[in-house]
Design a protein around this ligand. Sequence first.
Ligand code: ADP
Length: 489
Amino acid sequence: MRVLFVASECVPVAKTGGLADVVGALPKALRAMGVDARVLMPGYPGVMARAGTAEEVWRSGDLFSRRGVLRRADVAGLDLLALDCPEFFDREGLYVTEAGEDWPDNPFRFAALSRAAAEIARDGLADGWRPDIVHAHDWQTGLVALYLDAWGVDGVATLLTIHNISYQGVFEAGLRRDLGMPESGFTAEGYEFYGRVNFLKAGLVHSDLVTTVSPTYARELESPEFGWGLEGVLAARPERAIGILNGIDTAAWDPANDPAVPTFTSRTMSGRNSARADLLRRFSIDAGRPGPLFGVVSRLTDQKGLDLLLGVLPDMLRAGGSLVVLGSGDRRLEQAFRTAGSDHAGSVGVRIGYDEDLAHLIYAGSDAIMVPSRFEPCGLTQMYAMRYGALPVVARTGGLADTVIDANAAALSAGVATGFQFEPGSREALSNAIAKVFAVYSERGLWRKMQRNAMKHPVGWEGPAERYVDLYARLMAAETGKRGFSGTR
Ligand code: ADP
């Protein structure tokens, strides 16, 4: 089974969010199961630093008046194919300039990535390696399946995973010719979207199968509230989006073996106490505060619902709680958190920026992690939190609803709760959930029990990877069926 992953980011070489964690971990889990999975991604500076001198395995044709070379390198257990095309990818910001503006040539940059993937799927690499399946991720790779259909390529199946449908890659209609998108597809049934072109829609229309990252989000996507205008496109497909929950890389995120934090296990938690003390010091929080220490590690965008947290903050602090925040994004939210940090010095600590090691320390040292998202396709932070014994406080939506067992009366009496859920978008519900966190926190035995449950909750990739292998097998069988008995590659 040869699978070509195509994505715009991948841990450990380029990351802005959860997509990178998934693309950095799922192919490794697949390789452990015997799947020949390779990852094609843009040759950003961080990628070329690892793959710049690696073997050249393919040369592109015309990539929108540029040329690209593929370099194949073994990076952190991944079989990585870096698209070396400096004019498009030798830039620090993956998607945006330093001022936070989208790169004006983004449609060409990601059409080039998609085109390279489609050419490899059609012609194979220099050594003859050709994928059975192209597994594309999010809007940046939406055009792969469109190109393959436009060129009439067969013998390869396509799978598209939606990690967040609110990002679609919508551009001016006039670009369609320059991007090589067939004119016949510029219709409501094709890639046209309110008079513009939509990369994700192209992917949804042309891919053989579509998945998304949790069962609840798969259902939510079919409603106007969560579908961002594409709910009808999903409903019109022969088969709707299949929800497969993400896992996390349990080797990279292991509290018993993590160079970024004092280590601990669910039985010996003294390392966790040291991590908490470190965290208080790093954020200058008064160690005498009696209540739980809440943590946030997040992109600061409207999606994440952190404005709700700001709304309940005074009550949380009055009750003796404290808060540490690591995040970046929306300038307005960054400023609001900075102000909260200076208004409540000693009980609120804020770092605006991106810091992988500090993120690990926040999961290891906080008592609870806040994820009040308005929508959340899967969410990984609540899983890192559970693995590190920080109880997640999450909005009941998408993958948050699927991964956290709420501390309701039934779950508490069965002894299985792992966190706290509340009604998304409601400040009052969030406030009630926080009150419940304080109540459980004051019963040490119950809190410890929930921590142990959370730390033992299965969050690895083994289960999800098996589901993907089943889908790949199904796709390959269908492709063979299409070719019939006389078909050859
Ligand atoms: P999304 O992909 O919407 O950002 P996820 O919960 O799926 O949300 O994934 C977020 C990932 O990004 C997690 O690995 C989280 O630890 C990480 N992350 C988010 N913000 C920061 C930050 N400021 N510094 C370090 N890591 C961060």
